[in-house]
Design a protein around this ligand. Structure first.
Ligand code: ZN
Ligand code: ZN
Length: 337
């Protein structure tokens, strides 16, 4: 198989951190499948893995945790019905199934989580293995390249809305703020607008403000522009602690800010008055398989539209640089074809 391999994490600009390599096709272990990968979307978390903001769990490593492909081989004990199926692989690549978090429907908090493209090899490759019980059959309505960004950006956007207290079955009239407007937010806004919420989008980028308006935003502005009304809920997507405080400042009484970031440099000190009146700040950590399944069903029903910028597998370094520079419109997707 052909793959892009990380050997030494570090800044992606100007150095190429990923090296093209040929490896034998990986053999699926017990309970695993081998997938012939056709597409893998590029996530900001990949950038944090490649640059070393997230400490290495495996080196050399093949990054990528939004992979789409067909199951080509089964390991011992894997469900035979999966053979040939079109599936997606997401960030949560395995959980123990028995700890008190797994036992209470919170496998995203499992103490022994495996992470696709961080603690095990991911989808920047023409083939990969995955746990058979952690792959997701994909709805027919999405082409491979369009399905890939749903697997992290979409699923984590869905979970973020839930963590922010948004009930998508009763969101009419809800005032939701989205702070930062990358790939994940472009999907979250579609879920929220479809559910009847009014969405207020704050971002530094003028093209992103236009994109938000075209997807139904009620208002757009900069991070420090106060929205015209206090918000019931907010999600921060920007990897900056300042933005968490801006979001908190925009909240109404009882509102929740969900922080969608694996890594933040810090949150500046803020006045307790911003938190008073039962406002909350919560982090969003990983996704459960249930999140991915529920989100994919909802995405197919709406249907969610993804904006993609397609690059070849060997252009993965360029994709990461473009993401770092804020030059990607929507989601960058590597095509293995
Ligand atoms: Zn991701
Ligand atoms: Zn567990």
């Amino acid at each position: 198989m052909h793959a892009m391999e990380l050997r030494a994490p570090g800044p992606v600009d100007p150095t190429d951190r990923l090296v093209p390599v040929e490896r034998p096709d990986p053999a699926p272990g017990p309970g695993e499948v081998r997938i012939e990968v056709t597409a893998c979307a590029v996530c900001r978390t990949d950038l944090q893995v490649v640059e070393g903001d997230l400490a290495p769990r495996l080196l050399p490593l093949i990054p990528g945790h939004q992979a789409v492909g067909h199951v080509a081989a089964l390991g011992a004990g894997a469900d035979p019905a999966l053979l040939g199926a079109r599936v997606g692989v997401a960030w949560t690549g395995g959980a123990c199934g028995s700890c008190r978090f797994c036992a209470s429907g919170r496998e995203n908090l499992c103490l022994e989580l495996a992470f696709t493209g961080w603690s095990r090899d991911g989808g920047y490759a023409t083939a990969m293995t995955a746990r058979a019980d952690f792959v997701h059959p994909l709805p027919a309505g999405f082409a491979d390249l369009d399905a890939a960004p749903l697997l992290c950006g979409g699923a984590i956007g869905y979970r973020s809305l839930r963590v922010a207290g948004v009930d998508l079955t009763a969101a009419r009239g809800l005032r939701l703020g989205l702070f930062g407007f990358g790939a994940s937010a472009t999907i979250a806004i579609q879920l929220a607008v479809h559910a009847g919420a009014s969405v207020y989008v704050a971002t530094r980028s003028a093209p992103e403000r236009l994109a938000a308006e075209s997807l139904g935003a009620t208002w757009t502005g900069g991070y420090d522009d106060p929205p015209p009304v206090p918000l019931d809920a907010a999600v921060t997507f920007a990897p900056s602690g300042d933005v968490v405080v801006s979001a908190l400042r925009a909240l109404d009484r009882g509102g929740i800010v969900a922080v969608n970031a694996i890594h933040l440099d810090g949150i500046p000190a803020f006045d307790y008055d911003l938190l008073w009146m039962e406002r909350q700040v919560r982090s969003v950590a990983n996704v459960t398989r249930e999140d991915v399944r529920e989100f994919l069903a909802r995405a197919a029903a709406i249907p969610i539209r993804t904006r993609t910028e397609v690059l070849g597998l060997d252009e993965a370094n360029a994709a990461l640089r473009r993401l770092r520079a804020g030059q990607v419109a929507g989601a960058a997707v590597l095509s293995m074809g």
